[in-house]
Ligand binder design. Structure first.
Ligand code: OGA
Ligand code: NI
Length: 240
């Protein structure tokens, strides 16, 4: 188990266990992922025996779906998907977060995850049949019905920054319950870690000034390691 948010592969608990004043009711396994996959698979746990093979197959297919969705989102923004951008997305950085929320004897005293937005372009979330995910919509928490065999697609902070605010990253949280454990698999997808992200030049002109500073992964990790990093606080810190 590691409390270090910088560790690329780690098993942990709560949201940011080194900083959380009150712990959240979650255990997780985080697997860093990138393309080509063989560069990271060796850092994943080798038990259970088929973990690497199964997770690698899942990561490949999931990343393919991400590319299709992000290309559609860029097209909707009127940004031509240039070959350079496609190459960056194809070589992008991902994280697979396997979340387990055990049944909780006093669910009203805690949460599975605090309100937060995801640090990526898009999250593809696979949830089991137990509800728990809530999104903030017009000032109210709405529960997302689990639909078996489907993904919930969540806009992350990177897409809000890249689209200069035309897509908004979505605030969400997880509630727990007293009877049924819940499992979810969140895959966070973005550009390569070393890539600086800022508003797309195509979306900026005199009438639409730049609304966010450039940022990178190292800045985010430093932020996360130094504060609790909840709500949309990191994104807020990048606003101009
Ligand atoms: C996350 C997350 C939601 C869920 O891992 O960032 O928001 O339903 N997960 O587990
Ligand atoms: Ni999330």
């Amino acid at each position: 188990m590691s409390a270090d948010v910088r560790a690329p592969v780690r098993y942990g608990t709560s949201f940011n266990q080194a900083k959380d004043a009150v712990l959240f009711w979650r255990d997780f396994l985080k697997l860093a992922s990138c393309q080509p996959l063989h560069a990271v698979v060796g850092s994943w746990p080798d038990e259970p025996a088929d973990l690497r093979e199964v997770a690698a197959r899942y990561a490949m297919a999931n990343h393919q779906l991400f590319k299709e969705l992000i290309e559609a989102a860029l097209e909707a923004l009127g940004i031509p998907c240039r070959r350079g951008l496609l190459r960056e997305l194809a070589a992008g950085y991902s994280q697979i977060m396997l979340n387990c929320y055990p049944a909780c004897p006093q669910p009203d005293l805690t949460l599975g995850l605090p309100p937060h937005s995801d640090y990526c372009l898009l999250t593809l979330l696979l949830q089991d049949h137990v509800e728990g995910l809530q999104i903030m919509h017009h000032g109210r928490w709405l529960t997302v019905d689990p639909v078996p065999g489907s993904f919930v697609v969540n806009v992350g902070d990177h897409l809000e920054i890249y689209s200069n605010g035309r897509y908004k990253s979505k605030l969400h949280r997880v509630r727990v319950n007293s009877t049924r454990p819940r499992i979810s698999v969140a895959s966070f997808h973005s550009v390569p870690v070393e890539r600086v992200i800022g508003p797309a030049t195509e979306l900026i002109d005199e009438r639409n000034p730049r609304r966010y500073m450039d940022t990178d992964y190292a800045t985010f990790l430093a932020f996360l390691a130094s504060t609790e990093g909840k709500h949309k606080s990191f994104l807020q810190s990048r606003k101009l």
